[in-house]
Structure formats: structure tokens, C-alpha cells
Design a protein around this ligand. Sequence first.
Ligand code: SAH
Length: 243
Amino acid sequence: MRVDVFTIFPDMVSGFAGQSLLGRATTRGLLDIRVHDLREHTTDVHRTVDDTPFGGGAGMVLMPEPIYAAVEAAEPPRPLFLLGPGGRTLDQAMARELAAGGGFSLLCGRYEGVDDRVRTELCDGELSIGDYVLGGGEVAAMVVLEAVGRLVPGVMGNAASAGEESFSDGLLEYPQFTKPAEFRGMAVPEVLRSGDHGKVARWRRAQALRRTVAARPDLIEARGGLTPDEQGLLDELAPDEAP
Ligand code: SAH
């Protein structure tokens, strides 16, 4: 899957994309992440990408010319998203949608933002990573790349792990433990060491429900509350343990 990223700080994004999960996926030919430097598409000696806002006010705004030139030269996969706090907020459902598609592209703003003609005429949509303001779109691009990249078929070693993790069925994930079985007096729940796969699965389901009820009641609400079966499982298996 090809993903193009347009930025004035290409090294930030390509450094990140070259490591760990995304780096390995790229080496294996599953991901093709192309990072484009907007400054390479300027025409003046100072390689200027920004100017002062019409109408006055603080800060600088990215100009349309270098962005249009970079996008026209790269012919990136669409949709092309402008990263910005005004966009649709990335969530796991959207990450899944993008991972199932044929590719997409991201434009990173900086300073006070990007000339609005870029947003309305060149881009296909706007994407936010949350209700806060970053200094630039690069970190947001990395968030999108990682959340989507790991869901691209073949990228994660154990394909089953994506189906069981948080949000996969509207619940948070059950708690995970590894060795040692006892650490500073804290023991791993006995059931996980029992070897009884049926019991383990029921315990995990109950814990996922309990954790979600306690920490994210909005997620329970969104899936239409608990089924009688789920309520029963909760009462039976996780009645008074702390979430
Ligand atoms: N003046 C703008 C913020 C500009 S921040 C405003 O008030 O809305 C500079 C750049 O950082 C933006 O152009 C955008 O590309 C990026 N950015 C900031 N917050 C972001 C967020 N929550 N999600 C995605 N990108 C964001």
C-alpha cells in the first residue's frame, strides 16, 4: 500500500517510518511510504514555503504554490488528507477503512496553518488526531501511519492480535501479563496459568467488559449496552475485582 506524505520536515517522518513495524513492512514490500519535501518545489533561493496572512494577525501561513507543485509532481494516491484540528477525528474504524483501501496521502501543515485554497480545492478531506493543537502535522502523520500501517494485511506478525485488541469489538482489551508469575508479591491471576483455554477466554471477556464499563462507559453505550449474557459473565467472573 502506498502512502505519500508532504511536509517541510521530511526527515522527521522518514526517520520514523524507517523503524520498527513500519520499517520492516517497507522492507518486506507491504508498505511504500513516500515522503516529499515541500521546499524542493519552491522557486526562490531562500526556498520560501510560507508568508504572512492576508487580513493581518500573528504567524505565517503555508503558501499554495509549493504544495500544488509537490502534489502535481508526485501524483499521490487519493484521498489526500490535510492534517488539521478541524478534520474528522481518527479512530480505529477509520484506521481500518484506510488500511483496507488502496492507499492515501497526508499533507502536514506548519505555523498558523495552510492557505485555505489547498484545503478546499486540492485536498479531499481533513483529518485530525484529536482536540488539541500541534505545532505541525508531522506527528499527526506519524500517528496515522502507525495506526493504519499495522492493520495492513501481513504487517503484524500475528494477524490474530489485531482482532482481539482494544476497540476491535467496541471494548477495551483484557489485561495482559507475562513472566514472572509472581513479581514483588503481585501474582498473575491463577486462571491464566490454569491451561484451561475455555476458562481463560471467559475470564478475558469478563475483564474486557469490566474494564470498559469502568473506564469507557461511552463505548458500552455506543454498542447499545450489555447483553444479558455479558451482564451474566460480568456478575459471575469479575464481581468485585478492581477494574
Ligand atoms: N492555527 C491553526 C493551528 C495550526 S497548527 C488552528 O488554530 O486551527 C499547525 C499545523 O499542525 C496544522 O496546519 C496541522 O497540519 C497540524 N495540526 C495541529 N493540530 C493538529 C491535530 N489535532 N490533528 C492533526 N494535525 C494537526
